[in-house]
Design a protein around this ligand. Structure first.
Ligand SMILES: *Cc1c(COP(=O)(O)O)cnc(C)c1O
Length: 428
């Protein structure tokens, strides 16, 4: 598992030397490449919406302004974060099953493009708020499909769910929502699962979306401005995972999207692909340093300076039933550091659940060595209990090619960091 002489390794060594560990490192060139790949694969049929919760780092949000079209926010905090980084509120859509009155008020006050309403109740509350403000708030109705393809990743539909309006009840809900005079129905939204690595299941999932969207638009004669497709596309986390071939998925999906758009009623409709981890997940590496090696009852244990407190997912506690090792590699050292040996990798916390890897193979891992954990760009720092046991928060370092030069800078958002790399992103 060495990574000798690679450009990646050199950058990570520089980062660790100049900024210290533990840290997340985000490679913006890869993010840009991902956005372009998504646009190209679907032949620009989709506008791209970035799900902020996957990585709300302010530098990334600012950079995304030049890369994606829209932003999916899931709390008033994310609304404000997006505005602080310069986003136009009209480009935000606000999802979430538990939006409070104060959050809806914020959405109306700042002029969020669309509130994704997830229940009739919520729509009625929003209607009162919008009425008091004297306007009409754009809304998109989130639908919870009654079925999800077999073999889908983490799915949240076809069973009782707090997300969206059950497909079985959507007709009466749409009638109720349309009768609210301070709301303007702009379209429909489905996000029924994620982290799917099975191309056939992803295509089938979009087929289900399309069928539901078409039926609901016709039934209620809605000339939708937007139909939002929660992408569901997964990324490889474990050794056994295979990356999805987006071109293969798009090859089959594009025909269905064209059919949908050929419907006279939907000819002006914008189709939106809403995704987070696909864009940023593989563009991030978490770097942790071995503080101490301990031999305990036949097992070599390496204790690192950051663990579950920074990276809940790698520790196996973010939606997975069992802990499997994320793909990781030794950054320091040489290929001739001796034969591969097996180590358990743990973090610094005083709890047994702080394990980053079980029986991982490295060549001669010692105190001082650096470990890189791949696929750490999404659901990393902000999805982890960074305050637990009061260790320092992780730094967040941005790596990006600007005019042919590789720039490395501190984009930390926690602790002493201000969440701002010193340089503003260059406009395209
Ligand atoms: C979390 C979320 C996403 C992004 O999911 P990924 O797995 O990161 O692509 C998109 N839409 C909604 C509504 C979400 O809650």
């Amino acid at each position: 598992m060495s990574n000798k002489g690679s450009a990646l390794r050199d950058v990570l060594l520089t980062v660790a030397r100049d900024f210290g560990t533990p840290c997340y490192v985000y490679f913006m060139d890869q993010v840009r490449e991902r956005v372009e790949r998504a646009r190209l694969a679907f032949g620009n049929r989709f506008r791209i919406s970035y799900a902020v919760k996957s990585n709300p780092n302010p530098f990334i949000l600012r950079r995304m302004m030049a890369l994606v079209d829209l932003l999916d926010v899931s709390s008033a905090g994310e609304v404000l974060r997006a505005l602080e980084t310069g986003w136009d509120p009209a480009k935000l859509s606000f999802t979430g099953p538990g939006k409070t009155e104060a959050e809806l008020q914020t959405a109306v006050d700042v002029g969020v493009g669309e509130v994704i309403v997830e229940s009739v109740d919520e729509a009625q509350l929003l209607n009162r708020i919008a009425g008091r403000a004297g306007g009409r708030q754009g809304v998109i109705v989130r639908i919870a499909p009654s079925r999800v393809p077999r073999g889908f990743g983490l799915n949240m539909s076809g069973k009782p769910t707090q997300f969206g309006i059950d497909e079985e009840e959507v007709d009466s809900a749409v009638r109720a929502i349309r009768s609210l005079s301070h709301l303007r129905l702009c379209g429909f939204h489905i996000y029924s699962g994620t982290q799917c690595l099975n191309p056939a299941a992803i295509v089938e999932n979009y087929e289900i979306f399309i069928e539901i969207f078409r039926r609901v638009c016709h039934e209620h004669e809605v000339r939708a401005e937007k139909l939002i497709f929660g992408s569901g596309i997964g990324i490889p986390y474990y050794e056994s995972d295979t990356a999805v071939d987006l071109t293969a998925i798009a090859g089959q999906t594009n025909r269905l999207l064209d059919e949908l758009k050929s419907d006279a009623m939907l000819s002006d409709t914008e189709l939106v692909l809403e995704t987070g981890r696909y864009l940023v997940g593989e563009a991030g590496v978490y770097v942790s340093r071995v503080i101490r090696r301990k031999h305990s009852r036949g097992v070599d244990i390496c204790i690192c300076d950051g663990g579950m407190n920074h990276h809940l997912g790698a520790a196996g506690h973010l939606g997975s039933l069992i802990q499997r090792n994320y793909q990781m590699f030794k950054i320091t050292g040489e290929d001739d550091d001796g034969p591969e040996q097996v180590y358990n990798l743990v973090g610094p916390l005083c709890t047994t659940i702080d394990t980053l890897g079980r029986q991982v193979k490295f060549r001669g891992l010692e105190a001082g060595d650096l470990i890189g954990i791949r696929s750490s760009g999404a659901y990393g720092a902000t999805a982890s209990p960074i305050h637990f046991i009061s260790h320092a928060p992780p730094k967040e370092i941005i790596v990006e090619t600007v005019r042919g030069n590789l720039l490395i800078e501190d984009g930390s958002q926690f602790g002493s960091g201000r969440g701002e790399a010193t340089r503003e992103p260059q406009s395209q």
